[in-house]
Write a protein that binds this ligand. Structure first.
Ligand code: ATP
Ligand code: MN
Length: 479
């Protein structure tokens, strides 16, 4: 029977035989013994295989180096060497596939993240990335568990959409028209999307929120967890062209309920990772410490990774209004010494430098900013009585900036229609959305969490391309 390396590393059944499969991380020979560290992805740890040439001829394992794939049958014994408490004393070594040391890109020595990114097809075989992807899995599972336990329904919003009204970002077009010879309108020569697959112009979704609202206003509490696409040409360490978003939407929720849910949810999923991914997080913590050695003192994280995660789980998020946040910025020494690149005044969209100042320098913990000026936020956000602000909330995290964007939604038909007209959003095309306000409207709220930004925060990685298996970004769709 095949056992995973995780099971063998946790087993107490010494002197019994096990069969394991895996890839060689490292191999060394000392006199008449070969030591092979084997990893099968089931956990962070490697299993040490000891091959005694008195029992297995040396030529049987000739050619086995880093990257080779093996099946080993052997006995679990207490290790005499240092660094591990157990070995498998090999009885049989079967080679599934060798990997030529001259051409196999991954060597036992350390590679730069940049190098591994260029070889992303093999990164599941590296220590750091297999840890990242196990943590990613745990977080995804925790997201579903959290909502399921709270009675939320998992809804799939469409990926192809004809509505581009959300305005959350630049969209990718979906078409089957012949690019060399597209159908054109007779009158003005513009492209005739009536001839296109769906009979209208369509794109990849930037958010499932509008559909989420339709579902919540019938099912009560729902969440989506699916891919979203933004053709934003921003080559930052926090933006992807294809990313996964979690969007809960709740009927009979006001902004305060929405904030409380967002905080409880974030703490839950982070705690889940801390409780279930200790070995992986230790590896990632070490990696981060190593990376930060090269940085200046004041650019380093104030806490090691695990301490930071526990800190977030155990402390209340700070809550301030946008107006208060602007006051804090204006009163800061940072502002007075003209250290911000972008100007600060009421009405601006907070720049990442402002957000990071608030979170990292001023509050030193996650912050929820509410009640933004209506002119910098989307049409569907509930308007406050002051006529200037909307019931929006952004959750900002240290080192990340915005991790969640959400709001209470405008449920009053007239107010929503007026705002749409002001913002040039076609109310006739959006009839289906407005129907929810026309028939049995209800207060409701929701938010969007960028899943990769969550994984980035929990894993302590610094580039969002390193926390999704196959990143899509400007000029890059390899693998
Ligand atoms: P940003 O200002 O950082 O570009 P946004 O205001 O465009 O974010 P929203 O439209 O509110 O973001 O989307 C909700 C969440 O989705 C964000 O809080 C963030 O976590 C995530 N997100 C947005 N754009 C991207 C992207 N290009 N790549 C990865 N995650 C993203
Ligand atoms: Mn954006």
């Amino acid at each position: 029977m095949k056992t995973s390396i995780k099971q063998v590393l946790e087993s107490t059944a010494f002197d019994t035989d096990f069969t394991v499969n895996g890839w060689v991380r490292n191999r060394r020979i000392n006199k008449n013994l070969a030591f092979i560290s084997l990893n099968d992805g089931s956990c962070a740890g490697n299993l040490q295989i000891v091959v005694d040439f008195d029992k297995i001829p040396e030529e049987n394992i000739k050619g086995i180096g880093t990257g080779a794939c093996l099946r080993i049958k052997g006995t679990l014994v207490k290790s005499v060497g240092q660094g591990q408490d157990r070995d498998i004393a090999a009885k049989e070594v079967h080679i599934y596939g060798l990997a030529d040391g001259e051409t196999y890109p991954l060597q036992p020595r350390k590679h730069s993240l940049e190098f591994i990114r260029e070889n992303a097809h093999l990164r599941s075989r590296t220590t750091v990335f297999s840890s990242v992807f196990r943590v990613r899995h745990a977080l995804a599972y925790a997201v579903h568990k959290y909502f399921n336990d709270k009675g939320f329904y998992y809804i799939n919003a469409p990926i192809i959409t004809a509505s581009d009204a959300e305005g959350a970002g630049e969209m990718f077009r979906v078409t089957t028209l012949d690019l060399n010879n597209p159908a054109r309108n007779k009158e003005d020569g513009s492209i005739n999307f009536k001839e296109d697959f769906f009979g209208k112009s369509t794109h990849l979704t930037v958010s499932g929120q509008l559909e989420g609202e339709l579902m919540a206003l019938g099912l009560g509490n729902i969440y989506t967890f699916g891919p979203t696409f933004r053709a934003e040409n921003s080559n930052t360490t926090r933006h992807l062209a294809e990313f996964w978003m979690i969007e809960p939407e709740m009927a009979f929720f006001e902004l305060e309920d929405n904030m409380a849910l967002a905080e409880d949810f974030m703490k839950y999923v982070i705690k889940y990772a801390v409780d279930n991914c200790d070995a992986d997080l230790q590896i990632l913590q070490e990696r981060l410490l190593e990376e930060e050695k090269a940085k200046k003192e004041d650019e380093r994280s104030p806490m090691p990774l695990l301490e930071k995660l526990n800190f977030v789980v155990n402390n209340d998020f700070e809550k301030v209004t946008y107006t208060e946040a602007i006051e804090i910025l204006l009163n800061s020494n940072h502002y007075k010494k003209k250290k911000f690149k972008y100007d600060v005044k009421w009405g601006i969209d907070l720049q990442s430098e402002h957000e990071r100042f608030l979170v990292e320098k001023h509050f030193k913990k996650p912050v929820i900013i509410t009640n933004y000026p209506k002119d910098i936020k989307a049409f569907y956000m509930k308007q406050n009585d002051d006529n200037k602000t909307v019931r929006a909330m952004d959750v900002l995290f240290p080192g990340i900036g915005e991790i969640i964007g959400g709001s209470q939604r405008e449920e009053i038909l007239e107010k929503l229609e007026t705002r749409m007209k002001e913002m040039n959003i076609p109310t006739d095309e959006m009839w289906w959305y407005l129907d929810t306000r026309r028939f049995g409207t209800a207060p409701h709220s929701g938010f969007g969490l960028g899943f990769e930004r969550l994984v980035l925060f929990v894993s302590g990685m610094t580039n969002i391309r390193d926390v999704i298996p196959f990143p899509r970004s400007p000029k890059n769709a390899d693998f």
